[in-house]
Design a binder for this molecule. Structure first.
Ligand SMILES: [Zn+2]
Length: 212
């Protein structure tokens, strides 16, 4: 037994996350803790999906740590192009993290298209010239932005599922998957920023290897 660095509660030795406050816990050793069921009550209907794959060792994935505020800054600075760059730099790794879930190439491709279109329209005055009436520009912006948000949301929730499945395979306790990216509201509101935050948590917990 050890104590959570976040709230001080007593947690299991090999837990990657605190069950009480959700903070990522640094892992000291990967051995032991296999015998016996979890001592804490588990809410919900999680147990069925807890089939362990053959002795896989973690971390299996290597990802960068990025601060969500930095991501927000670059997203606004690049007229919403940055999330596409973020995604495509990690797409192969993210798609390899779950055997069941992956981002469909059509979805990521369309997302890139809407992002480019949005960047072009938002800079319309300098690129297209003032010949196009403002009302047409505004209409185009709203439609393209809507498509962008829909695709971004689809990708965010796919990534959320990938992280949860990865955490479930990486950590012995079923709590990991429930703690990683658990909020659908936050996922919708903060999109890739929320996903990156949980990638950072997985890195802190030693379940994802950090790259630079
Ligand atoms: Zn805690």
């Amino acid at each position: 037994m050890k104590n959570c660095p976040g709230c001080g509660a007593v947690i299991q030795e090999d837990a990657a996350f605190c069950e009480y406050c959700g903070v990522a816990v640094k892992q000291r050793s990967k051995t032991g803790g296999e015998g016996g069921a979890s001592p804490w009550p588990v809410e919900g209907t999680w147990s069925s999906a807890q089939e362990k794959t053959s002795g896989a060792s973690f971390p299996q994935a290597r990802l960068k740590k990025v601060g969500p505020l930095i991501m927000l800054f670059f997203t606004l600075l690049t007229f919403f192009l940055y999330p596409v760059v973020w995604l495509f730099l990690r797409l192969r790794t993210l798609n390899s993290m779950s055997e069941k879930t992956r981002i469909h190439p059509v979805v990521s491709g369309l997302f890139a298209c809407t992002a480019v279109a949005l960047a072009v329209i938002l800079n319309g005055d300098s690129l297209i010239g003032p010949a196009v009436p403002q009302q047409a520009v505004d209409t185009a912006i709203s439609y393209v932005f809507m498509a962008y948000v829909i695709l971004s949301t689809v990708i965010t929730f796919t990534l959320r599922r990938i992280l949860r499945e990865y955490a479930a395979g990486a950590d012995k306790s079923p709590l990991a998957a429930n703690i990683v990216a658990r909020s659908e509201v936050f996922a919708f509101l903060f999109q890739f920023l929320y996903i990156q935050h949980h990638i950072n948590l997985l890195i802190d917990a030693g379940l994802v290897e950090r790259t630079n």
